[in-house]
Every structure is written in structure tokens, then in C-alpha cells.
Design a protein around this ligand. Structure first.
Ligand SMILES: C[S@@+](CC[C@H](N)C(=O)[O-])C[C@H]1O[C@@H](n2cnc3c(N)ncnc32)[C@H](O)[C@@H]1O
Length: 227
């Protein structure tokens, strides 16, 4: 296996405000995540191969999401695809530093959910207190009890679940809400329906793709009436 490139971890963490022990945990988790074989959600690569893998957002993408949430003052965030809870830590730090709110995390693999809870416990109360983990199939767990207003949605889940997830959350998106989608270049084929939806102006989104490895799409919900 090739030696992992860990050089992005420290520059990314330099932009994140967190206790030294939380930063040390993020460094540890990113090191483990970057050391595993790459996984891209495609029809050819079955999800079963990723059962014990982090498949976590890379550090620089996670730092960007954290900064975007800080910039936009997001307090109610939905995370589609939590895995072992690495990206959730960034979301919870931002929500806490924006004045508090809720991160709704979602995971259907019980061992991953348990691992995520343990990582959040280790991340400390300033992280853990903002997270509500919904275990089970996201198509069920997001059907009810969403916050009145959702400020941001992180779509980091198998590609075929991205559009159904957006459809569940969209009625609660505030105008100006952020939608961040991972691996949009590498996973382009699987995201075809999502892109068609996001790119049709009548649906109220405007977006661009940041050229991180695999690609990261950043969309803003401008509202369906936006010219
Ligand atoms: C790419 S990983 C999430 C990584 C995480 N955002 C991070 O950066 O640490 C996607 C996760 O979605 C979960 N998942 C897949 N299908 C799901 C479903 N139907 N409901 C809930 N979670 C699901 C997978 O088990 C996997 O852990």
C-alpha cells in the first residue's frame, strides 16, 4: 500500500478553533482515515467493502466546511453520512462556536454509530453536547422531527441517497443555507440525478465545485423564487 500523504492535516487543523485534546483526536482520526484504501461510492464498488472504513472527509475539505459554517453562522446542521463521526466533530465545533444549536448526524451501521459516539465522547463536552445521532436508514430517520430551519446540509453518503436526502431536508432549508457534497468528480456518474436537480435553476440552488481531490460541490439555497 502507498504511504499516505498526511501533509494536509496540520494546515487544515490550524484553521480550527478547538481544545488541544480535540485537535489531537482529529489528527489521530485523520491519520487513520488517510491510511486506509480509497473508497468512492459507485455501482462497481459495493458499500459492504466500506463497513469498517472511515471514508472520512479529507482534512482540508473538513476545514473548509467548518469555516463556511462559521462564516454563515449555521446553528442547525444535518449530516448525511456520519461513519465514525470525524466530519461531525467539525460541524459540532462550528455550531457550538456560532452560539449553539444542533447537528443531526445519521448512520445506519451500528458499529460505526458506536465508534462515532466514542469519538465524540473523547472530543469532549463542547462537541458531544450539540450532536443528535439518528441511527437507521436515513430515508426513515430524516422523515420527521427536523429543526424548523436547517442552515446547512453535508451530503457525504452513497451517491444514490444524496437526492432522496436533499428532498427530505429541502422543505426546512433556509434561504442562504449551504449544501456541501463530497466526491462530486470521482462520483459524478452516481450523482447524475442530484446534479440535474441542483443545476435546474427553478429548484432554487446555485453551486460551484471546488477542485479538491475527488471534487467538493458547494451549493447555496437561494429559494425557488430567485430570478
Ligand atoms: C462517506 S461515509 C461518511 C463519512 C463522514 N461524513 C466523515 O467525514 O467522517 C458515508 C456513511 O453513510 C452511511 N450510510 C450509507 N447508507 C446509509 C443509509 N441508508 N442511512 C444512513 N447512513 C447510511 C455509511 O454506512 C457510511 O458510514
Amino acid at each position: 500500500m502507498p504511504t499516505p500523504d498526511l501533509s494536509t492535516i496540520d494546515p487544515a487543523l490550524a484553521s480550527v478553533v478547538a481544545a488541544p485534546s480535540t485537535l489531537a483526536l482529529l489528527r489521530e482520526l485523520h491519520t487513520a482515515a488517510l491510511s486506509e484504501p480509497a473508497y468512492v461510492s459507485t455501482d462497481e464498488q459495493p458499500a459492504s467493502v466500506a463497513l469498517d472504513r472511515f471514508v472520512a472527509l479529507e482534512p482540508d475539505k473538513a476545514a473548509l466546511v467548518y469555516l463556511l459554517l462559521r462564516a454563515s453562522g449555521a446553528r442547525h446542521v444535518v449530516e448525511a453520512g456520519t461513519s465514525f463521526g470525524v466530519s461531525t466533530i467539525y460541524l459540532a465545533l462550528a455550531v457550538g462556536q456560532n452560539g449553539g444549536g444542533k447537528v443531526i448526524a445519521t448512520e445506519n451501521e451500528p458499529t460505526k454509530a458506536a465508534g462515532a459516539r466514542e469519538h465524540w465522547r473523547r472530543a469532549g463536552a463542547d462537541v458531544e453536547r450539540w450532536i443528535e445521532l439518528r441511527e437507521g436508514d436515513i430515508r426513515e430517520t430524516l422523515k420527521a422531527d427536523l429543526p424548523k430551519q436547517v442552515d446547512a446540509l453535508l451530503l457525504d453518503i452513497w451517491t444514490f441517497l444524496a437526492l432522496p436526502t436533499l428532498a427530505l431536508v429541502k422543505p426546512r432549508l433556509r434561504v442562504g443555507a449551504l449544501i456541501v457534497v463530497d466526491n462530486v468528480i470521482a462520483g459524478a456518474a452516481g450523482y447524475k440525478d442530484l446534479f440535474e436537480y441542483l443545476d435546474d435553476p427553478k429548484n432554487g440552488f446555485r453551486s460551484t465545485t471546488a477542485p479538491y481531490p475527488g471534487g467538493l460541490r458547494v451549493a447555496v439555497y437561494v429559494g425557488e423564487g430567485d430570478p
